[in-house]
Design a protein around this ligand. Structure first.
Ligand SMILES: Cc1cc2nc3c(=O)[nH]c(=O)nc-3n(C[C@H](O)[C@H](O)[C@H](O)COP(=O)(O)OP(=O)(O)OC[C@H]3O[C@@H](n4cnc5c(N)ncnc54)[C@H](O)[C@@H]3O)c2cc1C
Length: 382
């Protein structure tokens, strides 16, 4: 590694899993970097649901940074339990996780925490929301934040998620609505409060599929079941739902799932007042941008895809890994960033296609049959 490279100052915009992991890897290589995160540190349950971390992508930087043992102490291998159910309650596929599989589950908040634990505090600034940037004549970039601060860097990495404010400096391409909207509901401490539902759901994912609707349930590490009540629906439908009181919303969801088996409607009956509305967006598959020596993207900012292949966080972590591998491989900083972009964009393109194919499958008229048969065929090949 040349001094020339480690002297570069790097701004990482966004302290999600991707930005944090990039920061830790840069720190371990001796780079001058700062992570800017718009939020303030929050508690685990406000920081997203459970994510499966894949051994061929998301786990690579976890091993590289030496936090694998910590990761292993928190992951739930039993979280790989999988069930596919038709809307009449027929269980089409069911598999209980055995031993240590390659895709264990961890809550997003815990994943962020174990990376953050290793980051020197002076390298992360909270309450800094990226506002704009300006390319200066001395090859530096001036980054402005909504709190009025301005800082100068050699390179800015936009790791600021789906609705990235950095991305528009590299591309005019907009996000596409996938046609899927979700009402995210939570069932707290399910083992104690709803033991029958806990036994029905098991320790992992239960996917009830019924054509244009789905109930996608997942046990989280904090004892909640998070259910993505999902619809193939126009974008506007959620506007109506957002106006409803909690009891009206519950009645609406029960009415939408009228005719579904009682075992499945039990998830809605048990919902708490912790509700989130989500429209699922994506970038066009194969999204790219013209290389810019001062600016690049990572994670959802670079390749937002729908969550139906469970690849989003894995590609974000993989990007961070490749970023630092590229810096090790090339003496020239700019060449390294070009190489990084080529590698991550082709890797993400395949995952984005898989996510889109899964979306089509999971909202097809015979979705439960198709997905059940798919899992059964994979199982019989093992
Ligand atoms: C319903 C749902 C379920 C999902 N399930 C899975 C799954 O099972 N498996 C999986 O792999 N992926 C899943 N994902 C996707 C996964 O959550 C994302 O792909 C992953 O979090 C991307 O990480 P990231 O670091 O790129 O971005 P994010 O996690 O979005 O982090 C971006 C960070 O940037 C910060 N930020 C935003 N704007 C600014 C700004 N202007 N200035 C400064 N900071 C800013 C945000 O506060 C945030 O901390 C799911 C997504 C959804 C919506």
């Amino acid at each position: 590694m040349t001094n020339n490279k480690t002297n570069k100052s790097i701004a990482v915009i966004g302290g999600g899993p991707g930005g944090l992991m990039l920061g830790l890897l840069l720190q371990q290589q001796g780079y001058d970097y700062t992570i800017f995160e718009k939020a303030n540190p929050t508690v685990n349950n406000e920081r997203g649901g459970s994510l499966d971390i894949h051994d061929d992508s998301g786990q690579l930087p976890i091993i590289e940074t030496g936090i694998y043992d910590r990761f292993k102490s928190l992951v739930r291998y039993e979280g790989e339990d999988t069930k596919v159910i038709a809307k009449d309650g027929t269980v089409i596929f069911e598999e209980d996780a055995e031993g240590e599989g390659g895709r264990p589950e961890i809550d997003r908040g815990e994943l962020c925490d174990i990376i953050l634990e290793q980051i020197d505090k002076e390298h992360i600034k909270y309450g800094y929301a990226f506002e704009s940037l300006e390319r200066l004549s001395n090859n530096k970039v001036a980054v402005s934040f909504t709190n009025g601060e301005v800082e100068h860097f050699d390179l800015v990495v936009g790791a600021d998620g789906a609705f990235s404010k950095v991305r528009p400096y590299l591309s005019t391409v907009d996000l596409d609505y996938t046609g899927i909207s979700m009402v995210e509901i939570n069932i707290d401490d399910v083992k104690n409060n709803y033991p029958e539902l806990a036994a029905y759901n098991k320790n992992g994912k239960a996917m009830a599929l019924g054509g244009s609707q789905a109930l996608l349930a997942q046990l989280n590490g904090d004892g909640r079941i998070k259910v993505y009540v999902s619809y193939r629906a126009p974008k506007e439908q959620l506007n109506t739902y957002k106006q409803l009181s909690l009891s009206e919303l519950k009645a609406q969801l029960l009415s939408d799932f009228d005719g579904w088996h009682e075992d499945l409607k039990a998830y809605i009956h048990a919902m708490s007042d912790d509700v989130l509305f989500r429209r699922i967006y994506k970038l066009p598959i194969g999204f790219n941008w013209n290389h810019d020596a001062q600016l690049t993207l990572l994670g959802d900012a670079a390749h937002l895809m729908s969550p139906f292949a469970g690849e989003g966080v894995n590609t974000a972590l993989y990007d961070a890994y490749i970023f630092v591998e590229a810096l090790k491989k090339y003496d020239d900083f700019d060449e390294a960033i070009s190489y990084y972009e080529q590698q991550i964009l082709s890797h993400a393109q395949e995952r984005a296609q898989e996510s889109q194919d899964n979306l089509e499958l999971m909202f097809a008229p015979d979705a439960a049959q198709q997905l059940g048969e798919f899992f059964n065929s994979v199982k019989s090949e093992e």
